[in-house]
Design a protein around this ligand. Structure first.
Ligand SMILES: Nc1ncnc2c1ncn2[C@@H]1O[C@H](COP(=O)(O)OP(=O)(O)OP(=O)(O)O)[C@@H](O)[C@H]1O
Length: 359
Protein backbone atom coordinates (compact mmCIF):
# COMPACT_ATOMS: atom_id res chain seq x y z
CA UNK A 1 0.00 0.00 0.00
CA UNK A 2 1.41 3.37 -1.01
CA UNK A 3 -0.52 5.77 1.20
CA UNK A 4 -2.29 4.50 4.26
CA UNK A 5 -4.32 6.70 6.56
CA UNK A 6 -5.47 4.83 9.63
CA UNK A 7 -8.04 6.02 12.20
CA UNK A 8 -6.80 9.55 11.72
CA UNK A 9 -7.82 12.31 14.10
CA UNK A 10 -6.75 15.91 13.58
CA UNK A 11 -7.72 18.59 16.07
CA UNK A 12 -6.97 22.31 15.87
CA UNK A 13 -5.61 23.96 18.99
CA UNK A 14 -8.33 25.60 21.05
CA UNK A 15 -11.21 23.64 19.45
CA UNK A 16 -13.31 20.94 21.12
CA UNK A 17 -14.24 18.77 18.15
CA UNK A 18 -11.77 17.11 15.79
CA UNK A 19 -11.72 18.55 12.27
CA UNK A 20 -10.94 15.02 11.01
CA UNK A 21 -12.28 12.03 12.96
CA UNK A 22 -11.45 8.33 12.62
CA UNK A 23 -10.60 8.56 8.92
CA UNK A 24 -9.08 5.49 7.24
CA UNK A 25 -8.23 5.21 3.56
CA UNK A 26 -5.69 3.56 1.31
CA UNK A 27 -4.17 4.46 -2.01
CA UNK A 28 -2.10 2.18 -4.28
CA UNK A 29 0.91 3.49 -6.19
CA UNK A 30 -0.26 5.27 -9.35
CA UNK A 31 -3.82 5.71 -8.11
CA UNK A 32 -5.69 9.00 -7.85
CA UNK A 33 -7.86 9.53 -4.78
CA UNK A 34 -10.34 12.40 -4.53
CA UNK A 35 -11.94 13.83 -1.39
CA UNK A 36 -15.30 15.53 -1.79
CA UNK A 37 -17.81 16.90 0.67
CA UNK A 38 -19.48 20.13 1.71
CA UNK A 39 -17.57 23.16 2.89
CA UNK A 40 -15.93 22.65 6.28
CA UNK A 41 -16.12 18.83 6.23
CA UNK A 42 -12.37 18.44 6.75
CA UNK A 43 -11.00 17.79 3.24
CA UNK A 44 -8.24 20.36 3.40
CA UNK A 45 -7.34 19.42 6.97
CA UNK A 46 -6.89 15.78 5.93
CA UNK A 47 -4.75 16.82 2.96
CA UNK A 48 -2.62 19.11 5.13
CA UNK A 49 -2.10 16.35 7.68
CA UNK A 50 -0.86 14.04 4.89
CA UNK A 51 1.47 16.84 3.76
CA UNK A 52 2.85 17.22 7.29
CA UNK A 53 1.40 20.70 7.76
CA UNK A 54 -1.00 19.66 10.55
CA UNK A 55 -0.21 17.59 13.58
CA UNK A 56 -1.85 14.18 14.00
CA UNK A 57 -3.84 13.87 17.22
CA UNK A 58 -4.47 10.11 16.95
CA UNK A 59 -4.06 7.38 14.34
CA UNK A 60 -1.33 7.17 11.72
CA UNK A 61 -0.30 8.23 8.22
CA UNK A 62 2.03 5.86 6.36
CA UNK A 63 3.84 6.45 3.09
CA UNK A 64 5.22 3.27 1.53
CA UNK A 65 4.89 1.50 4.86
CA UNK A 66 6.76 4.16 6.84
CA UNK A 67 4.91 6.13 9.52
CA UNK A 68 5.28 9.82 8.63
CA UNK A 69 2.63 11.13 11.02
CA UNK A 70 1.22 9.85 14.32
CA UNK A 71 0.45 11.27 17.75
CA UNK A 72 4.13 11.27 18.68
CA UNK A 73 5.73 11.82 15.29
CA UNK A 74 5.53 14.49 12.58
CA UNK A 75 7.99 14.08 9.74
CA UNK A 76 8.51 17.59 8.31
CA UNK A 77 6.85 18.25 4.91
CA UNK A 78 10.18 18.55 3.06
CA UNK A 79 11.15 15.03 4.15
CA UNK A 80 7.94 13.47 2.82
CA UNK A 81 8.76 14.08 -0.89
CA UNK A 82 5.31 15.45 -1.50
CA UNK A 83 4.32 17.85 -4.28
CA UNK A 84 1.49 20.30 -3.77
CA UNK A 85 -0.81 22.29 -6.06
CA UNK A 86 -3.23 24.79 -4.56
CA UNK A 87 -6.10 26.85 -5.95
CA UNK A 88 -4.13 30.08 -6.19
CA UNK A 89 -1.44 28.94 -8.58
CA UNK A 90 1.20 30.69 -6.48
CA UNK A 91 3.55 31.10 -9.45
CA UNK A 92 6.32 33.66 -9.02
CA UNK A 93 5.16 36.54 -11.25
CA UNK A 94 8.70 37.83 -11.92
CA UNK A 95 10.05 34.42 -13.01
CA UNK A 96 9.62 32.82 -16.44
CA UNK A 97 7.70 29.56 -16.83
CA UNK A 98 10.99 27.63 -17.04
CA UNK A 99 12.31 29.18 -13.83
CA UNK A 100 9.01 28.67 -12.04
CA UNK A 101 9.02 24.99 -12.99
CA UNK A 102 12.74 24.64 -12.23
CA UNK A 103 12.29 26.21 -8.80
CA UNK A 104 11.38 22.96 -7.06
CA UNK A 105 14.46 21.27 -8.55
CA UNK A 106 16.81 23.69 -6.78
CA UNK A 107 16.05 21.93 -3.53
CA UNK A 108 16.15 18.29 -4.62
CA UNK A 109 18.88 16.20 -3.13
CA UNK A 110 21.28 15.48 -4.73
CA UNK A 111 20.95 18.79 -6.57
CA UNK A 112 20.69 18.13 -10.33
CA UNK A 113 23.11 19.88 -12.71
CA UNK A 114 21.95 22.85 -14.81
CA UNK A 115 21.59 20.64 -17.90
CA UNK A 116 19.64 18.02 -15.96
CA UNK A 117 17.32 20.70 -14.60
CA UNK A 118 16.74 22.10 -18.08
CA UNK A 119 15.94 18.63 -19.43
CA UNK A 120 13.50 17.92 -16.65
CA UNK A 121 11.77 21.32 -17.09
CA UNK A 122 11.37 20.61 -20.81
CA UNK A 123 10.09 17.11 -20.04
CA UNK A 124 7.40 18.18 -17.56
CA UNK A 125 6.31 21.13 -19.71
CA UNK A 126 5.81 18.69 -22.57
CA UNK A 127 3.84 16.45 -20.21
CA UNK A 128 1.41 19.27 -19.41
CA UNK A 129 1.20 20.36 -23.07
CA UNK A 130 3.20 23.59 -22.71
CA UNK A 131 6.33 22.91 -24.73
CA UNK A 132 7.76 26.14 -26.09
CA UNK A 133 6.37 28.24 -23.24
CA UNK A 134 9.65 28.28 -21.28
CA UNK A 135 10.33 32.01 -21.78
CA UNK A 136 6.84 33.32 -21.01
CA UNK A 137 5.84 35.03 -17.79
CA UNK A 138 2.78 33.95 -15.74
CA UNK A 139 0.79 37.08 -16.72
CA UNK A 140 1.19 36.08 -20.38
CA UNK A 141 -0.70 32.81 -19.76
CA UNK A 142 -4.37 31.94 -19.36
CA UNK A 143 -5.68 30.69 -16.01
CA UNK A 144 -5.71 27.10 -17.26
CA UNK A 145 -2.14 27.40 -18.57
CA UNK A 146 -0.96 28.88 -15.28
CA UNK A 147 -2.49 25.97 -13.42
CA UNK A 148 -0.71 23.54 -15.75
CA UNK A 149 2.59 25.32 -15.00
CA UNK A 150 1.84 24.88 -11.28
CA UNK A 151 1.23 21.18 -11.93
CA UNK A 152 4.48 20.89 -13.92
CA UNK A 153 6.36 22.58 -11.09
CA UNK A 154 4.93 20.14 -8.56
CA UNK A 155 5.75 17.14 -10.78
CA UNK A 156 9.30 18.25 -11.67
CA UNK A 157 11.09 16.88 -8.55
CA UNK A 158 9.29 13.51 -9.01
CA UNK A 159 7.40 13.63 -5.71
CA UNK A 160 6.29 10.30 -4.28
CA UNK A 161 2.84 11.76 -3.68
CA UNK A 162 1.06 14.74 -5.22
CA UNK A 163 -1.55 16.67 -3.24
CA UNK A 164 -3.95 18.97 -5.07
CA UNK A 165 -6.33 21.25 -3.18
CA UNK A 166 -9.16 22.62 -5.37
CA UNK A 167 -6.66 23.47 -8.13
CA UNK A 168 -9.39 24.52 -10.58
CA UNK A 169 -11.67 26.52 -8.33
CA UNK A 170 -10.57 29.84 -9.85
CA UNK A 171 -11.35 28.71 -13.39
CA UNK A 172 -14.62 28.86 -15.28
CA UNK A 173 -16.83 25.78 -15.47
CA UNK A 174 -16.05 24.68 -19.06
CA UNK A 175 -12.33 24.96 -18.53
CA UNK A 176 -12.54 23.10 -15.22
CA UNK A 177 -14.12 20.07 -16.77
CA UNK A 178 -11.64 19.95 -19.66
CA UNK A 179 -8.72 20.45 -17.31
CA UNK A 180 -9.99 17.75 -14.96
CA UNK A 181 -9.74 15.18 -17.78
CA UNK A 182 -6.36 16.57 -18.85
CA UNK A 183 -4.96 16.41 -15.34
CA UNK A 184 -6.00 12.79 -15.02
CA UNK A 185 -4.17 11.99 -18.27
CA UNK A 186 -1.11 13.95 -17.11
CA UNK A 187 -1.00 12.27 -13.69
CA UNK A 188 -1.40 8.83 -15.25
CA UNK A 189 1.38 9.56 -17.80
CA UNK A 190 3.63 10.71 -14.94
CA UNK A 191 2.65 7.55 -13.00
CA UNK A 192 1.98 9.82 -10.07
CA UNK A 193 0.05 8.85 -6.97
CA UNK A 194 -2.21 11.73 -6.05
CA UNK A 195 -4.78 12.88 -3.53
CA UNK A 196 -7.09 15.59 -4.80
CA UNK A 197 -9.59 17.79 -2.97
CA UNK A 198 -12.66 19.26 -4.66
CA UNK A 199 -16.27 20.06 -3.84
CA UNK A 200 -17.30 19.39 -7.43
CA UNK A 201 -18.73 15.91 -8.04
CA UNK A 202 -18.22 15.92 -11.80
CA UNK A 203 -14.58 16.83 -11.28
CA UNK A 204 -14.23 14.03 -8.72
CA UNK A 205 -15.79 11.51 -11.10
CA UNK A 206 -13.59 12.70 -13.99
CA UNK A 207 -10.37 12.40 -12.02
CA UNK A 208 -10.61 9.83 -9.24
CA UNK A 209 -9.95 6.10 -9.15
CA UNK A 210 -11.22 6.25 -5.59
CA UNK A 211 -13.50 8.92 -4.22
CA UNK A 212 -13.99 9.68 -0.56
CA UNK A 213 -17.13 11.44 0.64
CA UNK A 214 -16.56 13.41 3.84
CA UNK A 215 -19.07 14.95 6.23
CA UNK A 216 -18.36 16.65 9.54
CA UNK A 217 -14.83 15.30 9.76
CA UNK A 218 -15.74 11.71 8.96
CA UNK A 219 -15.16 9.72 5.81
CA UNK A 220 -18.50 8.10 4.95
CA UNK A 221 -17.31 6.03 2.00
CA UNK A 222 -14.13 5.43 0.03
CA UNK A 223 -14.97 3.75 -3.24
CA UNK A 224 -15.04 4.10 -7.03
CA UNK A 225 -17.61 6.42 -8.63
CA UNK A 226 -19.91 3.56 -9.70
CA UNK A 227 -20.12 2.15 -6.18
CA UNK A 228 -20.69 5.58 -4.63
CA UNK A 229 -23.56 6.23 -6.99
CA UNK A 230 -25.18 2.81 -6.99
CA UNK A 231 -24.26 1.52 -3.54
CA UNK A 232 -24.02 4.55 -1.27
CA UNK A 233 -22.94 3.38 2.18
CA UNK A 234 -24.83 6.02 4.13
CA UNK A 235 -27.84 8.25 3.73
CA UNK A 236 -25.52 11.23 3.53
CA UNK A 237 -23.62 9.79 0.54
CA UNK A 238 -26.90 8.84 -1.15
CA UNK A 239 -28.12 12.40 -0.74
CA UNK A 240 -24.87 14.11 -1.67
CA UNK A 241 -24.16 12.17 -4.88
CA UNK A 242 -26.54 12.66 -7.79
CA UNK A 243 -30.20 13.65 -7.90
CA UNK A 244 -32.58 11.56 -5.87
CA UNK A 245 -35.23 11.43 -3.19
CA UNK A 246 -36.12 9.02 -0.39
CA UNK A 247 -39.54 7.37 -0.31
CA UNK A 248 -41.04 5.08 2.33
CA UNK A 249 -40.69 1.37 1.57
CA UNK A 250 -41.21 -2.00 3.25
CA UNK A 251 -38.77 -4.84 2.77
CA UNK A 252 -39.86 -8.48 2.90
CA UNK A 253 -38.43 -11.79 1.78
CA UNK A 254 -40.43 -14.02 -0.53
CA UNK A 255 -38.91 -17.44 -1.39
CA UNK A 256 -35.38 -16.19 -0.71
CA UNK A 257 -35.95 -13.11 -2.87
CA UNK A 258 -35.99 -9.65 -1.32
CA UNK A 259 -39.11 -7.72 -2.28
CA UNK A 260 -39.48 -4.02 -1.59
CA UNK A 261 -42.90 -2.32 -1.56
CA UNK A 262 -42.61 1.28 -2.72
CA UNK A 263 -44.99 4.08 -3.78
CA UNK A 264 -44.09 3.12 -7.37
CA UNK A 265 -44.98 -0.53 -6.89
CA UNK A 266 -43.03 -3.65 -5.98
CA UNK A 267 -39.29 -3.84 -6.68
CA UNK A 268 -36.98 -6.75 -6.17
CA UNK A 269 -33.27 -7.07 -5.64
CA UNK A 270 -31.32 -10.18 -6.47
CA UNK A 271 -28.47 -9.39 -4.14
CA UNK A 272 -30.12 -9.86 -0.77
CA UNK A 273 -26.87 -9.26 1.16
CA UNK A 274 -27.55 -5.53 0.90
CA UNK A 275 -30.52 -6.01 3.19
CA UNK A 276 -28.65 -7.90 5.91
CA UNK A 277 -29.54 -5.20 8.43
CA UNK A 278 -33.22 -4.94 7.40
CA UNK A 279 -35.78 -6.87 9.46
CA UNK A 280 -38.73 -8.28 7.51
CA UNK A 281 -41.64 -5.87 7.50
CA UNK A 282 -39.51 -3.05 8.90
CA UNK A 283 -40.17 0.42 7.54
CA UNK A 284 -37.31 1.64 5.34
CA UNK A 285 -36.62 4.58 3.07
CA UNK A 286 -35.75 3.70 -0.52
CA UNK A 287 -33.45 5.86 -2.63
CA UNK A 288 -35.07 6.75 -5.96
CA UNK A 289 -32.72 8.45 -8.38
CA UNK A 290 -33.86 10.54 -11.33
CA UNK A 291 -32.52 7.88 -13.70
CA UNK A 292 -34.37 5.08 -11.85
CA UNK A 293 -37.68 6.50 -13.08
CA UNK A 294 -38.78 6.17 -16.68
CA UNK A 295 -41.53 8.16 -18.39
CA UNK A 296 -43.99 5.66 -19.84
CA UNK A 297 -47.50 6.75 -20.87
CA UNK A 298 -48.85 3.21 -20.53
CA UNK A 299 -47.60 2.82 -16.93
CA UNK A 300 -50.33 2.52 -14.29
CA UNK A 301 -48.54 4.91 -11.92
CA UNK A 302 -49.25 8.56 -12.72
CA UNK A 303 -47.46 11.64 -11.46
CA UNK A 304 -48.00 15.35 -11.86
CA UNK A 305 -45.20 17.59 -13.12
CA UNK A 306 -44.32 20.18 -10.47
CA UNK A 307 -41.13 21.59 -11.98
CA UNK A 308 -38.88 20.93 -14.91
CA UNK A 309 -35.33 21.97 -15.65
CA UNK A 310 -33.89 21.79 -19.15
CA UNK A 311 -30.59 19.88 -19.22
CA UNK A 312 -29.90 19.72 -22.95
CA UNK A 313 -30.63 16.14 -23.97
CA UNK A 314 -33.10 15.72 -21.14
CA UNK A 315 -35.35 17.44 -18.64
CA UNK A 316 -35.07 16.90 -14.93
CA UNK A 317 -38.74 16.63 -13.90
CA UNK A 318 -39.87 17.04 -10.32
CA UNK A 319 -43.04 14.98 -10.03
CA UNK A 320 -45.72 14.40 -7.39
CA UNK A 321 -47.44 11.06 -7.03
CA UNK A 322 -51.13 10.84 -6.08
CA UNK A 323 -50.12 10.12 -2.45
CA UNK A 324 -48.11 13.36 -2.30
CA UNK A 325 -44.66 11.71 -2.57
CA UNK A 326 -42.20 13.72 -4.66
CA UNK A 327 -39.88 11.94 -7.11
CA UNK A 328 -37.42 13.08 -9.76
CA UNK A 329 -37.08 11.77 -13.31
CA UNK A 330 -34.80 12.35 -16.25
CA UNK A 331 -36.97 12.53 -19.33
CA UNK A 332 -35.62 12.91 -22.90
CA UNK A 333 -36.13 16.55 -23.88
CA UNK A 334 -38.29 15.75 -26.93
CA UNK A 335 -41.01 14.77 -24.39
CA UNK A 336 -41.86 18.35 -23.54
CA UNK A 337 -44.81 18.11 -21.16
CA UNK A 338 -46.35 21.07 -19.39
CA UNK A 339 -46.17 21.85 -15.71
CA UNK A 340 -49.30 20.53 -13.98
CA UNK A 341 -49.74 17.70 -16.54
CA UNK A 342 -50.03 14.09 -15.30
CA UNK A 343 -47.68 11.60 -16.96
CA UNK A 344 -47.17 7.86 -16.58
CA UNK A 345 -43.98 6.69 -14.85
CA UNK A 346 -42.45 3.34 -14.11
CA UNK A 347 -39.51 2.41 -11.90
CA UNK A 348 -36.43 0.85 -13.49
CA UNK A 349 -34.23 0.42 -10.47
CA UNK A 350 -31.12 -1.69 -11.09
CA UNK A 351 -29.76 -1.27 -7.58
CA UNK A 352 -32.26 -1.12 -4.75
CA UNK A 353 -30.82 0.97 -1.93
CA UNK A 354 -32.68 1.42 1.34
CA UNK A 355 -31.84 2.91 4.73
CA UNK A 356 -33.62 2.66 8.07
CA UNK A 357 -36.64 4.98 8.00
CA UNK A 358 -36.34 8.37 9.65
CA UNK A 359 -38.85 9.06 12.42
N1 LIG B 1 -6.57 26.78 11.39
C1 LIG B 1 -7.74 26.35 11.90
N2 LIG B 1 -8.03 26.55 13.20
C2 LIG B 1 -9.20 26.10 13.73
N3 LIG B 1 -10.14 25.46 13.03
C3 LIG B 1 -9.91 25.23 11.72
C4 LIG B 1 -8.70 25.68 11.08
N4 LIG B 1 -8.75 25.32 9.78
C5 LIG B 1 -9.94 24.71 9.60
N5 LIG B 1 -10.63 24.65 10.77
C6 LIG B 1 -11.95 24.01 10.97
O1 LIG B 1 -11.84 22.64 10.67
C7 LIG B 1 -12.98 22.16 9.96
C8 LIG B 1 -12.55 21.56 8.64
O2 LIG B 1 -12.04 22.58 7.80
P1 LIG B 1 -11.40 22.27 6.37
O3 LIG B 1 -10.77 23.53 5.87
O4 LIG B 1 -10.55 21.07 6.47
O5 LIG B 1 -12.71 21.94 5.52
P2 LIG B 1 -12.89 21.76 3.94
O6 LIG B 1 -13.73 20.55 3.76
O7 LIG B 1 -11.58 21.77 3.26
O8 LIG B 1 -13.75 23.05 3.58
P3 LIG B 1 -13.78 23.93 2.22
O9 LIG B 1 -14.41 23.08 1.17
O10 LIG B 1 -14.66 25.08 2.62
O11 LIG B 1 -12.38 24.34 1.90
C9 LIG B 1 -13.91 23.36 9.83
O12 LIG B 1 -14.86 23.28 10.85
C10 LIG B 1 -13.00 24.55 10.00
O13 LIG B 1 -13.72 25.63 10.58
Amino acid sequence: MFLEVQDLDVRYAGTQASAVRGVSLQLNAGDIGVLIGPSGCGKTTLLRAVAGLEQVHAGAIRLQGRVVGSAGLQLPPEERRIGMVFQDYALFPHLTVARNVGFGLEYTKPRPSGAERQDRVREVLALVGLEGYEGRYPHELSGGQQQRVALARALAPRPQLLLLDEPFSNLDVDLRERLAHEVRTILKAAQATALFVTHDQLEAFAIGDHIGVMHEGQLHQWADAYTLYHRPATRFVADFIGHGVFAPATVSEVNGRVVVQTPLGELSEVNSSHFASARPGEGRDILLRADDIVHDDSAPVKAQILRKAFRGAEFLYTLRLANGQTVLAHVPSHHDHKIGEWIGIRPEVDHVVTFPARD
